[in-house]
Write a protein that binds this ligand. Sequence first.
Ligand code: CP
Length: 304
Amino acid sequence: LQHVIEAQQFTLPLLHELFQTADQMEKILERGGTLDYQNKIMASLFYAPSTRTRFSFESAMFRLGGKVISTEQAHLFSSVIGGETLEDTIRVVSNFCDVIVLRHTEVGAAKRASLVASVPVINAGDGKGGQHPTQALLDLYTIYKELGYIDGLKIAFVGDLEQGRTVRSLAYLLGKFERVMIYFIAPDFLQIREDIQDYLTRHNVWFTLESDLNKVVSEVDVIYVTRIEKERFGDKVEIYDETVRNYFIDGKLLSKMKPKSIIMHPLPRLNEISPEVDDDPRAVYFKQTKNGLLIRMALLTMLL
Ligand code: CP
């Protein structure tokens, strides 16, 4: 593993190794053990805001015994304010660390960074409609831990699928498994893009585009909910309100789900899931964040 740029790069053997390493990380944390990374430095370079991804990467590096240098909103602090290119910033930061975790506002930024970096680059989310591969890896790990299988999975993605980079990355990963069935649930203008549809078709993955969540809620093993941002609707406030209502996860919807199914969300949520759902054992969105720490520890060890 040289860089982590996009979900497609992860083969099944690599996913297997990653999950096994994440399991080991959990055992080490439970024992209160440490790892020997005190000579390693991780730079977290965030050109866009983050809570979960940044903190979990930084926590992961500290848990490994390593050190962190960081800046959020890099454009406010770095020489980018003077017009420095991403490439030059990466060339410079490469000299100060052993791995760079990059979140950027532009699709493709992590790929560009990897082409000039002299240390591994991890894509922590690039642009709207780009990818967020480490989120997808922790999502897949969560599904595996909670349900015990991925082959044969029936999953419904709900919300803004057009721009949702976590959905895009997870769909790429699911395309590597057998007999997976994917329901993309969204109104037409928020539906999953053709590039993902083409990829799934090429990989013989069954999928369908649907707008009514009620039609599939009792069928699926996973409901993966994503944020629906108000600004996507412009001044069409009524359509926004109707969309949020149509895809709202509450106790009533929960009662139609299978007892052994799960509800996921990459977080932060806005108003997609009622707080009454949080205490149900099928709600695993906070477990996802814990798994994020384990997956990111595992990824760092594999890269370093
Ligand atoms: N899930 C996720 O990427 O959250 P942050 O934006 O807080 O990192």
